[in-house]
Design a protein around this ligand. Structure first.
Ligand code: ZN
Length: 534
């Protein structure tokens, strides 16, 4: 069963829509949904859906055409990264409330001996996550409700369900696994799935374009020959998995097949765990990561990303068809969003009219400032980090050594402000003085930083700039490129149509809660999207 599903998803270019879901949602007549499906596509910018709309004939197309599609939605916070983005999806709260404000302080947990299958790497858990999520609210109302959350990434699987100890699996070292926070052994069905899934990452497997460019030469308008992609290596189709088994397993995660495998695991879990049978609602959270890996390597303007979105669309269609055969679709509600967007390569901008776009690194400055601070206060990690525009220092330690921290911070701010690619440099005080309704940069920084984070400076770059991090396309800034994401709500309770008003990803959880007839167990920052409800 496992093999059939995994390979069906992997190899079929497109599947006919099942009658049940193809007809679109039918009124629920007030019946309680029994399965809440939440999909997060890692790094999917909102514009992808519009750019590729005519070619999206699978699951994405079905959700867009049959659901409530919000075209002006945002992960409305700075540090637009995977961990903060996934923590907002089903909590109804921004990073300043969830406490998950950057990847590096996401789900890594050194107190765990490691994940179940990879004892050498640090474990992962939601120990930094603050507060509750939609699933906690569901579980409080229906103690028999269960959740399954799957992703390629640990943070993508863990954070949508918050601190709940449910069935949470991610892909590590060629296997789907979990950590000791959740379980002491891996269930038999996940082990069987792993054994059957080895074929998916076969050495030499070839990634060709999905659409036939002989029949339709205009199918992919993007040039395939941009030599800044993937650091100048292997940037032209076809892409072939390495001949070595281990190398192939590593390269596999950055191919479209990773998403088909993740969807197949989710489907297998629905069957093995009996999710969505009712009478209580269950939660199925799926985070699909291939778009992020492909986007980093080739960029948002690449032929590779275009092809990935088309393949994702087809696999999502196959997934929805399979789900429709397993469960009553009139009792399924589906939501789809992304954790963040991405900025085009500066080199792409240089060839498309912005000659000022460039990579920006503060590494040299941080090194010099660290040496200067060590000369005054002795050895120490006085600058904890200065990354993606956020400066955090050891203020208490410096003060204890007689350093006037404010004057140090002011000097650094002056130095950074003088750099041509820098748009503005803020402090907590300057952010607090701004009108957050009109100043969206201030609002996104404020939505990011928890009150107890000792953040000194918030640096925002000019448009089209990228923080240097290995010459891969980057995200993480408070720009629209990095924060504009899709939101689609699909199923009987939702009113199909396109909605252009500005909304936020934190609105998803309170809206689903309303559909389920429950209330958030704490104050949330999002609002119910009433315009999308029937
Ligand atoms: Zn990323």
């Amino acid at each position: 069963m496992v093999r059939r599903l995994a390979l069906a998803c992997a190899f079929l270019p497109s599947l006919a829509a099942s009658p049940a879901l193809a007809q679109g949602p039918r009124p629920s007549q007030g019946r309680l949904p029994t399965l809440v499906v939440h999909l997060t596509v890692d790094q999917m910018r909102a514009d992808y859906l519009e750019r590729f709309f005519p070619q999206l004939s699978g699951g994405l197309g079905r959700l867009m055409r049959g659901g409530a599609w919000f075209t002006n939605a945002y992960q409305d916070h700075a540090m637009s990264e995977t961990a903060p983005g996934h923590a907002t999806t089903l909590s109804g709260r921004n990073p300043n409330s969830t406490g998950i404000y950057r990847n590096d302080e996401g789900v890594g947990d050194n107190t765990l001996r490691g994940s179940l299958l990879e004892q050498l790497v640090p474990g992962a858990s939601p120990w930094r996550f603050r507060g509750t999520t939609l699933f906690d609210w569901m579980h409080a109302r229906w103690p028999r409700s269960r959740a399954l959350s799957v992703s390629r990434k640990d943070r993508g699987a863990i954070l949508p369900v918050g601190r709940s100890k449910q069935q949470v699996y991610w892909y590590q070292g060629g296997q789907f696994t979990t950590s000791r926070y959740y379980a002491d052994t891996l269930p038999g069905w996940v082990r069987a799935f792993n054994a059957a899934a080895v074929a998916a990452r076969a050495p030499g497997r070839r990634w060709d374009l999905l659409l036939d460019t002989l029949r339709d030469p205009s199918a992919y308008p993007e040039p395939d020959s941009m030599d800044f992609e993937r650091q100048g290596r292997d940037f032209v189709f076809p892409h072939v998995l390495p001949a070595d088994t281990l190398d192939a397993a590593t390269a596999f995660i950055a191919t479209p097949w990773m998403d088909s495998l993740t969807l197949a695991l989710a489907l297998e879990g629905v069957q093995r765990l009996g999710l969505g049978r009712g009478p209580q609602p269950d939660l199925l959270a799926i985070s699909l990561s291939a778009t992020d890996y492909i986007g980093h390597a080739y960029g948002p303007d690449s032929r590779e990303q275009h092809d990935q979105i088309l393949r994702l669309d087809r696999w999502l269609g196959a997934f929805l068809d399979s789900l429709a055969r397993l469960r009553d679709t009139t009792r399924i509600v589906i939501s789809l969003t992304a954790d963040h967007g991405v900025t085009s390569f500066p080199e792409w901008w240089n060839r498309h009219g912005d000659f000022h776009a460039q990579w920006v690194s503060l590494a040299g400055m941080v090194r010099a400032d660290s040496i200067a601070l060590a000369a005054r206060a002795g050895p120490g990690r006085w600058i904890r980090y200065f990354e993606t525009g956020l400066l955090v220092m050891d203020r208490a330690g410096l003060r204890a050594h007689g350093v006037d921290v404010d004057s140090v911070v002011n000097a650094i701010a002056t130095e950074v402000r003088a750099l041509p690619p820098v748009l503005r440099v803020d402090t907590r005080r300057s952010l607090a003085a701004r009108d957050t309704a009109s100043d969206w940069i201030a609002r996104r920084w404020l939505n990011l930083a928890p009150p107890d984070l000792p953040a000194e400076l918030f640096v925002t770059l000019k448009p089209h700039m990228s923080w240097a991090a290995g010459a891969y396309a980057q995200h993480g800034q408070p720009t629209d490129d990095d924060t504009h994401v899709p939101i689609i709500l699909y199923g009987p309770p939702y009113r199909p149509g396109t909605f252009a008003e500005r909304v936020s990803v934190v609105d998803i959880a309170p809206t689903i809660a309303r559909v389920l007839g429950i209330r958030p167990a704490q104050r949330v920052q999002g609002s119910i999207l009433r315009q999308a409800l029937r």
